[in-house]
Design a protein around this ligand. Structure first.
Ligand code: PLP
Length: 375
């Protein structure tokens, strides 16, 4: 127990102690930290429409997917996603379940996993569970990735490249066409892309960076999540029929966990059909993100964002908490992100914009930020 107390003390002293409950949404505050990228989560009209028509849906599946009696809503949602992507779809309970279940399933001790240095914790956990050997390439440095593949190609039975399309803490994006090229030039290599922050936001129908870059068919497994732009809960893998069957039989997070409630999947279906139509909202979202990005650069706060996630990198855990509190007094929820979520020295406010924010709100935000950052 002493170790636990010491650990907590260390966190407090270093400014990295986290607690739950301080950030509850109060009315009147502008939320700049949610993953509700299209503003669907707060759309009461859609909720009324949904609850008006779906009152009889079950609130639990009461079993894992393989044993559940409620298959219709799951297969309906999978068919909808499969039709959109033109491939096969398999639902998971969350992005965390998808990453931590799929990666161990599709790798073995003879596999080398090569992942971007900044991939999400759920991917890292999946890799650790897989017991495959893994090497991280420098963030978005595809020359480094190629070097690792060339040096190790003959030592492993196969190689799995893993990355995110839109990086969750920096909002920068990976070069999917080049990754596909590397995969094709290196036989025995597969590509796994997490579109948690790309789904809903990029591509004409919101299918993600894979749609924008026209590489849906070139990626072995695409993971999309429904709890962010999807305004729901759950995740899906897009892949080929054989891999889908393989995952149904081997992905432990799929087999050994109670499946999502039918009501959530029905809601997800409604959300997905809305998302495909939200091109105007996507354009607006990327426009306001661009305004915030440019503004921060003009104030000397550099970053590589090319998406709706825009970091204000402060580089000090105490200062970032203070800045977040100052923003709170001005009416914004803009939460501080600290170690271990981001590397030490890159502590930041992670602005995570939604299409529901108006240009006028962004005008006011920029003006308030100017005052704060200059003081
Ligand atoms: C890149 C990435 N993948 C996966 C996840 C996990 O998704 P979920 O919240 O659905 O478990 C997250 C969550 O933040 C994420 O940022």
């Amino acid at each position: 127990m002493n170790n636990i107390a010491d650990y907590l003390d260390t966190l407090r002293v270093s400014g990295n102690f986290r607690s739950i409950g301080q950030h509850l949404t109060q009315s009147g505050l502008t939320d700049l930290s949610s993953n509700d990228y299209l503003g669907l989560a707060s759309n009461k009209e859609l909720q009324n429409e949904f609850f008006g028509s779906k009152q009889c849906l079950d609130m639990t599946s009461s079993a894992s997917r393989l044993l559940s009696l409620h298959q219709q809503c799951y297969t309906d949602l999978e068919k909808q996603l499969a039709t959109l992507y033109g491939r096969h779809a398999l639902l998971f309970n969350s992005g965390y379940h998808a990453n931590s279940g799929i990666i161990p399933a599709i790798t073995s001790k003879g596999t080398l996993v090569v992942c971007d240095r900044l991939v999400h914790a759920s991917i890292i956990d999946g890799i650790i569970l897989s017991r495959a050997h893994f090497i991280r390439f420098r963030h978005n440095d595809l020359d480094h990735l190629q070097e690792i593949i060339s040096a190790n190609r003959n030592k492993y039975s196969d190689i799995l490249i893993v990355t995110e399309s839109v990086f969750s803490m920096d909002g920068d994006i990976c070069d999917l066409p080049s990754l596909v090229k590397i995969k094709k030039e290196n036989p025995g290599t597969r590509l796994y892309v997490d579109e948690a922050h790309g789904f809903g936001v990029f591509g004409n129908r919101g299918l993600g960076m894979c749609e924008r870059d026209n590489v849906i068919n070139d990626i072995d497994i695409i993971v999309g999540t429904l709890g962010k732009a999807g305004a729901s809960i759950g995740a899906f893998a897009i892949t080929d029929a054989r891999t889908k069957d393989f995952l149904i039989n081997t992905a432990r997070s799929f087999i050994f966990s109670t499946m999502l409630p039918p009501i959530n999947c029905a809601w997800s279906q409604l959300m997905v059909s809305h998302i495909t139509q939200m091109e105007t909202e996507r354009k607006h979202l990327l426009h306001i993100a661009d305004r915030l990005s440019e503004f921060l650069r003009s104030m000397g706060y550099n970053h590589n964002s090319k998406s709706q996630i825009v970091p204000l990198i402060v580089g000090d855990p105490h200062k970032v908490v203070e800045l977040s509190q100052q923003l709170r007094t001005l009416g914004y929820i803009a939460l501080p992100i600290r170690t271990p979520t981001v590397p030490k020295g890159t502590e930041r406010i992670r602005f995570s914009l939604t299409a529901a924010l108006s240009n006028a709100t962004i005008d006011q935000l920029l003006s308030d930020l100017r005052t704060l950052l200059q003081s």
